[in-house]
Design a binder for this molecule. Structure first.
Ligand code: ZN
Length: 160
């Protein structure tokens, strides 16, 4: 079939009909984001995560981080604004496709599960901090990260 088509499960968006006529001018088709390895650590990190997120969102067995065919496109129906956001806007809802992905069984990510666990643990720990903790002037964000790491460590140990 000429033109582009959307690779999302159960999405039948195509740019041209079988006679090669352009079908729908409203629809746009987007390539998978590339991993920009050579533009600094931060860009490399975000663009790598973005590509991973797209692959995870599309969830097709034949699409993996390292194996995305050049012709693979995602159409505008899967973005709130009709197109992907700027690649560095990681918190933008359109940083990755999120609508009509053809799978309703949206699994909670490990991260979400992990954060819930952290919250549960944090709520239980209401005893006053030890003098040692009070002396440390750790910014809350860093403190949270350290706590996460500790809990994660405990989880891993428990799994063994
Ligand atoms: Zn589509």
């Amino acid at each position: 079939m000429p033109g582009k088509h959307c690779c999302v499960k159960n999405c039948s968006s195509v740019s041209h009909d079988c006679r090669g006529n352009r079908r729908n001018n409203v629809l746009q088709f987007f390539r998978f984001p590339t991993w920009k390895k050579h533009e600094g650590e931060h860009v490399s990190d975000v663009t790598r995560r973005r590509r991973i997120s797209w692959v995870a969102a599309i969830r097709r067995k034949d699409i993996t981080f390292d194996r995305i065919s050049e012709s693979m496109r995602v159409c505008s129906l899967h973005f709130h604004s009709g197109k992907p956001s700027y690649e560095m806007f990681e918190n933008h809802p359109d940083w990755k496709p999120s609508l009509r992905l053809g799978h309703s069984d949206v699994k909670q990510t490990d991260e979400a599960r992990f954060l819930r666990l952290v919250n549960r643990r944090t709520q239980h720990q209401e005893q006053p901090p030890s003098p040692a903790q009070q002396q440390e002037q750790v910014p809350p964000l860093v403190a949270g990260k350290i706590k996460c790491n500790l809990i994660y460590y405990e989880m891993t140990v428990n799994l063994k």
